[in-house]
Ligand binder design. Structure first.
Ligand code: SAH
Length: 268
């Protein structure tokens, strides 16, 4: 079967799965609810499945697209090119803060390339302070992990880090047939609302990430064992945490306490 869609051959290395189901597309546009003067940014506009209907509602839209052929198509698009600011760049390296102005926080959305979704999310979390909301199509599994609570098998570093930065609201599940070419996995749309005030204080989010990475890397071990190169048993106990606990039983505030203790220890 041809991988050609609207005259474009989908590039696997860019995670290209183009949306074509009108019902799903309109459900996503409804969820985003774009308004005329907002500062919207789309990651990976591709052939414009979301870009075109969003442009019906707004005066301007910034898009970040890595594929030069797709960026070129958008530049000459008959109906929407006049509204678009096209940034031909890697979204993982792009400084999203450069798009903000004081009146209009960013509203970010996109059907993300699944092969880079986790590092791209971590990159975006750095800009949480200037983003009012995000709507992303992701692998369903990734959305489950973002929204997971302690005790669940899906709970891990992505859950803790996402929930430190954002409120996580799953919006809609999407079957493979909604895309061309169809991906091998189920998909889902998630809404992320960055917190103005973080739910727990963390001195250095890098330390939170480090503690989570180390604890969940060996998720079957006790935190006494998995964290021993960072914190000793007495230090863990001093926070009121059981050193025999496993990572998946700890809450965001438990991880925050561990990260702040590590930060404090590192500063001497
Ligand atoms: N939004 C479109 C396309 C989704 S496919 C639709 O729903 O139909 C993912 C899109 O992300 C493609 O256009 C791909 O070229 C683009 N992309 C892949 N890696 C990227 C990166 N690092 N930065 C920006 N865009 C990227």
């Amino acid at each position: 079967m041809s991988k050609k869609h609207q005259g474009h051959t989908a590039r696997k290395r860019f995670g290209q799965n183009f949306l074509h189901d009108p019902y799903i597309i309109s459900a996503i546009i409804d969820a985003i609810n774009p308004q005329a003067d907002e500062n919207l940014v789309e990651i990976g506009p591709g052939l414009g499945a979301l870009t075109e209907p969003v442009c019906e509602h707004v005066n301007k839209l910034t898009v970040v697209e890595l594929d030069r052929d797709l960026a070129a198509r958008l530049r000459t698009h008959p109906f929407i090119s006049s509204k678009l600011t096209i940034i031909e760049a890697d979204a993982m390296k792009f400084d999203f803060a450069s798009l903000t102005d004081s009146e209009h926080p960013l509203r970010v959305f996109g059907n993300l390339p699944y092969n880079i979704s986790t590092p791209l999310l971590f990159h975006l979390f750095q800009f949480a302070g200037v983003i009012s909301d995000m709507h992303f199509m992701l692998q369903k599994e990734v959305v489950k992990r973002m929204a997971a609570s302690p005790g669940s098998k899906d709970y891990g570093r992505l859950s803790v880090m996402t929930q430190y930065y954002c409120q996580v609201l799953p919006v809609l599940e999407v079957p493979p047939g909604a895309f061309k070419p169809a991906p091998k996995v189920d998909s889902a749309v998630v809404r992320l609302l960055p917190y103005q005030d973080k739910p727990v204080p963390v001195n250095d989010p890098g330390k939170l990430n480090q503690v989570c990475a180390q604890a969940f890397n060996q998720r079957r071990k006790t935190i006494r064992n998995s964290l021993k190169t960072l914190l000793n048993e007495e230090q863990i106990s001093s926070l009121g945490l059981n050193p025999d606990a496993r990572a998946e039983t700890l809450s965001l505030s438990d991880f925050a306490a561990l990260a702040n203790l590590l930060d404090h220890t590192a500063r001497g």
